[in-house]
Each structure stands twice: as structure tokens, then as C-alpha cells.
Design a protein around this ligand. Structure first.
Ligand code: ADP
Length: 348
């Protein structure tokens, strides 16, 4: 791990000297919202996806039609929610957001579906987590803009058909493989977001720094970007931590030394790995060459299977530190190197 020259002084938080970077007036959560790109021109990267969206938007507007349903897939933090918001903005319509786990029964949908105005965007985040009966209920809503509402219960129950306004459903998923084929088939556009190259993350960091009213030099942006696992949300989080240090040390800008110290303090190595990644690799490294099931890994490292599969594994796979086999996960020679074991020796 890299060393840093600045010595951390907690008292400095109490008394930020004049001229230091000022603390952003926005709390962290609000800051993340404020950093979201507002329209397609502000959205960095994902050129092919943006191109397809521009064409679909232009064509729908030209016909005076509503936009076809859109499904975004990709790891967390790549911009799926931002794009859903941008679509509503570009269409000049309202955005209504729900999350998959929040939809337990079909009737949880009725309220929001009946509120939709023509052309509104109905965004379902984590759409792979909606139960099968809710998914089936959505089929007719998506296809015919119609739902059935059951009034009363027992022998007096009546089914009332309701006509909805034409709307655009936008789904976001980190696990496209969990969506059923009939559900996927009901989306007209299916766009996959992929991790960002460092140069795009550098542009995102510079834009975020401008919005936060801070300065970051090129070397620091490159350092933070290259360790962000291709993910804008992570890059922005790193920037906020480096900003904190600059503020406390009364530095006029985030430089490479501060960026490195911030990364060190978060335990982020030069591959963008954090402590949990290394714990996963160490768990697999106990018996290199032997496949380990995700449930066993989860129990061993104290994390949920879902988080391991959705958050940690994709980056470890991309870096070539582990492999997926039909029997489970196996650490690679490169992965063994990271945790300092010799696979030949340890396999015997
Ligand atoms: P997801 O829904 O895929 O988890 P979000 O849309 O919530 O991701 O993005 C997380 C944050 O990352 C946003 O608040 C935004 O600041 C930033 N971000 C994501 N993609 C981009 C992009 N292409 N350009 C600029 N900022 C981005």
C-alpha cells in the first residue's frame, strides 16, 4: 500500500482554515443526486446506448407517439437511473419511480399505473426482483395499457377493467439473466451498460468537481478514475473523500498525493480492489484450483450472495482474478498473485 506524507489530524475538522476548500453545502445523498447528468449531452460515454436512445426518442417524437419500453442492464452505479431520468426529461414528461422489491402484490402497482399521464416514464429499479405474479400483471399493462382491479373480497369480489394512458416503462437490472424471456420480450429497447474506460471516468470526475466547486488536477483524476472499477458512482465517492482531505489539509486543489492518501485510507489498491474483494480471493485461495460455491463464499466472508454476485464478482472476473465454472468460482494464477500465494505450492 502506498505511503503518504500528510499526517491526519482529526482536530483539523473542527477548524478549517480560511482559503481551504469549503465543505459542500449539500449532504452526501443530495450531492449524488446533484451530480447526475441532466440530459443526454451531459451523460459521458456509453456512445452506442446514447445513439440508440437518441434515434428512438427522435422517431417517437416525430410520430407523436410514446417511447417504446426500455430495459437497461449493467452493474450498479453505471448510470441506469440517470438515464431513466434523462428519458423523462427529454420527453418532457413525468418520471414515476418504484423499486422491484417494493412491489409485493399486483395491487401495489395499481395506484401508480392509474396516475400515469400519456407519455410518462414509469421506472422500475431492480426489476429482476419483482415477484412472478406482479410481473404477469405488468404484461397487459405494458402491451395493451390495461389492468384489472379486483374490488371487494370473497363471493362479492368483482373484477373491474381499467384503461391506462400509454406510458413508457423503463426497467433497470443488474441481473438481466434473472428476467424471464416473456418479460424481456415486452421491452422494445434493450440497452446494456458496460464499465467505463479510465478516460471517461476522468471526464466524469472533472465534471463532478466543477459541480462541487472544487479543483482536481489531471494526475489525481487519472488516479481516482483508474481505481474506480469502471464505475462513475465509485469515482464520485472517491472524489468526495479526496475533497475531504483537501479541505482538512487546506489544499487549494485535489492533487495526486491527496488522491493516493484518500485511496489508501479506503483500502483501495492499484486494481481498484477493496478489502472485501481480497477476502473473497483469500477464501478461494485456501484451496486453489478447487471450485467454491457462492453460498460458501458468502458465509465465509460475511456478505450476502447477491452482493457478491452483483457488486464484487463482476470486477474480479473482469480483472481475471477469478473464473466462474459450472461447479462454482475458482481463483486464477493472477488472483493468487494478488493475495500473495503460490498456486502450485498451495495446491499440494
Ligand atoms: P445505476 O442506476 O446504474 O446504479 P446511477 O444512474 O444511479 O447508476 O449513477 C450513479 C451516479 O454516477 C450518478 O449520481 C451520477 O452522478 C454518476 N454517473 C453515472 N453515469 C454517469 C455518466 N455517464 N456521466 C456522468 N455521471 C454519471
Amino acid at each position: 500500500m502506498s505511503s503518504t506524507e500528510n499526517v491526519f489530524n482529526p482536530d483539523a475538522f473542527e477548524d478549517v482554515p480560511e482559503g481551504a476548500l469549503q465543505e459542500s453545502p449539500l449532504p452526501e445523498r443530495e450531492l449524488e443526486v446533484a451530480l447526475r447528468p441532466q440530459d443526454l449531452s451531459e451523460f459521458v460515454g456509453q456512445e452506442q446506448v446514447l445513439d440508440n436512445l437518441r434515434i428512438a426518442l427522435k422517431a417517437a417524437k416525430g410520430r407523436g407517439d410514446t417511447l417504446d419500453h426500455v430495459l437497461f442492464s449493467g452493474p450498479p452505479g453505471l448510470g441506469k437511473t440517470s438515464l431513466a431520468r434523462i428519458l423523462a426529461r427529454e420527453l418532457g414528461t413525468n418520471l414515476h419511480t418504484v423499486t422491484g422489491p417494493g412491489l409485493e402484490r399486483p395491487r401495489d402497482l395499481v395506484g401508480v399505473l392509474t396516475q400515469l399521464k400519456r407519455g410518462d416514464v414509469f421506472f422500475i429499479d431492480e426489476i429482476h426482483r419483482i415477484p412472478a405474479n406482479v410481473e404477469e400483471y405488468l404484461y397487459t399493462a405494458m402491451e395493451d395499457f390495461r389492468v384489472e382491479v379486483t374490488l371487494d373480497q370473497g363471493p362479492h369480489a368483482r373484477v373491474l377493467p381499467l384503461q391506462l394512458e400509454c406510458f413508457t416503462m423503463v426497467g433497470a437490472t443488474t441481473r438481466e439473466g434473472l428476467l424471464t424471456a416473456p418479460f424481456r420480450g415486452r421491452f422494445g429497447l434493450f440497452e446494456r451498460l458496460t464499465p467505463y474506460p479510465t478516460e471517461e471516468l476522468v471526464r466524469i470526475l472533472q465534471r463532478s468537481a466543477d459541480l462541487m466547486g472544487i479543483r482536481i488536477n489531471a494526475a489525481a483524476a487519472e488516479l481516482l478514475g483508474s481505481r474506480s472499477r469502471g464505475t462513475p458512482r465509485i469515482a464520485n465517492r472517491f472524489l468526495r473523500r479526496a475533497r475531504d482531505l483537501a479541505q482538512v489539509y487546506n489544499e487549494p486543489q485535489v492533487n495526486a498525493k491527496l488522491a493516493l492518501e484518500a485511496l489508501d485510507r479506503m483500502g483501495i489498491d492499484e486494481h481498484g480492489l477493496e478489502d472485501m474483494d481480497r477476502r473473497i480471493l483469500r477464501c478461494l485461495g485456501i484451496h486453489p484450483g478447487t471450485a467454491v460455491g457462492v453460498r460458501t463464499i458468502a458465509a465465509s466472508v460475511g456478505e450476502t450472495e447477491r452482493t457478491i454476485e452483483e457488486v464484487f464478482e463482476p470486477h474480479l472476473l473482469r480483472c481475471g482474478f477469478l473464473q466462474r465454472t459450472s461447479r462454482g468460482r475458482v481463483i486464477t494464477a493472477k488472483g493468487c498473485e494478488i493475495i500473495g500465494i503460490n498456486p502450485e505450492q498451495d495446491a499440494n
